[in-house]
Write a protein that binds this ligand. Structure first.
Ligand code: SF4
Length: 145
């Protein structure tokens, strides 16, 4: 049986690779050759660390959990058309000045298109619906510097 930390790492890696589809807990433990008891412990640990989300799901008349990553690694493709990359105001853009990601129409429109193209992109994986357009922390995280 693999050590728990190794198992946590492998489990997290596997869950992240399932993306927005997630994976049933039982499938994951089969894949990692772990017992369901050990697997449940690891899933709870990963959830407590804020790395995954567990959602109850009925499968074949039995309740189980589907595991989803809380954060997805960013890909170059996902930001390739971000307006900040080619913006002439990048060097002056700052959340504390008048040219700010907080009020930027171009950035706001780009974020909206992300949500239209992939509704899950703005779900509770870090860009919750409440955060998508009105929260300063999102604007600050988009600060190009
Ligand atoms: S947030 Fe700033 S850098 Fe990005 S597009 Fe708007 S003004 Fe330009």
């Amino acid at each position: 049986m693999p050590k728990r930390n190794d198992l946590e790492q492998k489990a997290l890696h596997f869950v992240i690779n399932t993306g927005f589809k997630g994976v049933l807990q039982s499938e994951l433990w089969r894949e990692l050759d772990a017992s369901s008891r050990e697997g449940s412990r690891v899933a709870i640990k990963l959830e407590e660390k804020g790395l995954i989300r567990r959602e109850k799901e009925l499968q074949g008349g039995r309740w189980t959990y589907r595991l989803f990553p809380k954060r997805m690694p960013a890909s170059i493709e996902s930001i390739a058309d971000c307006p900040c990359l080619l913006c002439k105001d990048t060097s002056r853009c700052d959340p504390t000045t008048t040219i700010s990601p907080k009020d930027c129409v171009k950035l706001t429109e780009w974020i909206i298109t992300l949500g239209e193209n992939d509704p899950d992109a703005l779900s509770d994986d870090g860009l919750g619906d409440d955060d998508a357009l009105g929260d300063d922390s999102l604007a600050e995280s988009m600060d190009p510097r």
